[in-house]
Design a protein around this ligand. Structure first.
Ligand code: NCD
Length: 360
């Protein structure tokens, strides 16, 4: 599960039904994954994602092992991602990975005999947050069709935004309003995806002007850790803040979502407003992850791509893209191919297969 596009529409519906069933009959799932083990490899800080995966696995009767500080593992001794993954794949039934480099989960999947779940790769994707968001939206609104969703905050570096947009492009029938300062606008590849999907996208830098039209306001924090220049972060971090005053311009049935953590962009006074659903959203994230783990841990083992030597074809190249024979480097310095230079070439139809950056 590298990005949301790895799920078919039917698979998503199946997960959602399972999610509803778990909410209704949690006791039925108490032993569903007894004897199974999840590897949890967090190369970057996390609260909700890591803890909700761990809680999800434990509520299904399974076990979890792993690290949340890579410097306490052999990564500190210079071990490659490849070697860590090959080894961990022998210990576990599925692997969840968060990494600061874009494309890391896709790279890991080349070396794993068990399913790899992307828990966030740099600024790129965060598909299980998207599952969380869609499950919460579907539960609250019955689906995304016809909704106007405001995406607000750090649209440039926010991987939750990028993954959610990928999913919304697939569902169609949704309208999106982008609310950000120009310096934190959506990357070109995500804009191209919206255009290709034909979803209506409006841009409104002022939250006060945008809020009255929204069904959902999806807030995000400015991603401090992605800034090369801390002064630039300080300059931009408090430019868009949801206050009770701004919220007074919103509809009574609007809902406020946030992947969390927040870093000041939602005033704490807003927490008491019934439209604020971000803590409930986080709770539901554990349940949809239970539904996902049920599917992933039960998959049969497969021969990893690096042994099949077909890393230039099939799923592992983001299927459908034609590999080029030319030796290419990805221009994105945060792409995993720079940190792990033994990886197969990034080529794929002019776009890096790992991080989606344009190769031209
Ligand atoms: C997000 C993330 O890590 O991308 N958090 C999360 O997983 N719920 C959002 C963020 O860190 O801003």
């Amino acid at each position: 599960m590298i990005d949301f596009s790895d799920l078919t529409q039917r698979e998503w519906q199946h997960l959602y039904h399972r999610f509803e069933d778990i909410l209704e009959h949690p006791g039925d799932y108490r032993d569903a994954l007894r004897g199974q083990t999840l590897a949890s490899l967090f190369y970057e800080p996390s609260t909700r994602t890591r803890l909700s995966f761990e809680a999800a696995m434990q509520r299904l009767g399974g076990g979890v092992f792993g690290f949340s500080d890579p410097m306490a593992s052999s990564v500190a001794k210079g071990e490659t991602l490849k070697d860590t993954v090959i080894m961990v794949t022998g210990y576990s039934d599925a692997m969840v990975m968060r990494h600061p480099c874009e494309g890391a989960a896709l790279a890991a999947s080349l070396f794993s005999a068990r399913p790899v779940i992307n828990a966030g790769d740099g600024c790129h994707c965060h598909p299980t947050q998207t599952l969380t968001d869609l499950a919460a939206i579907t539960r609250l609104f019955g689906g995304v069709d016809g909704l106007r969703i405001g995406l607000c905050g750090d649209l440039k570096y926010g991987r939750t935004i990028h993954s959610l947009l990928t999913a919304l492009c697939r569902f169609g029938g949704v309208k999106v309003t982008l609310v950000s300062v120009p310096e934190l606008a959506l990357p070109a590849y995500a804009k191209r995806a919206c255009d290709a999907a034909g979803i209506q996208v409006a841009e409104e830098p002022d939250l006060r002007s945008a809020i009255g039209d929204l069904d959902i306001l999806y807030m995000t924090r400015v991603q401090r850790e992605r800034f090369a220049d801390p002064a630039e972060y300080e300059r931009l971090k408090d430019r868009v803040i949801l206050t009770p005053d701004i919220l007074s311009g919103a509809r009574k049935d609007m809902r406020i979502m946030h992947p969390l953590p927040r870093a000041g962009e939602i005033d704490m006074e807003v927490d008491r407003d019934p439209r604020a659903v971000y803590f409930e959203q986080a709770r539901l994230g554990m349940v949809i992850r239970m539904a996902l783990l049920l599917e992933m841990c039960r998959l049969p083992s497969f021969t990893p791509a690096y042994i099949r030597d077909d890393t230039e074809s099939g799923r592992h190249t983001n299927s459908g893209r034609t590999p080029s024979q030319a030796v290419l480097r990805c221009p994105n310095l945060s792409c995993i191919t720079h940190k792990e230079p033994y990886l197969p070439l990034p080529a794929g139809d002019g776009v890096c297969r790992y991080c989606d950056s344009s190769l031209t």
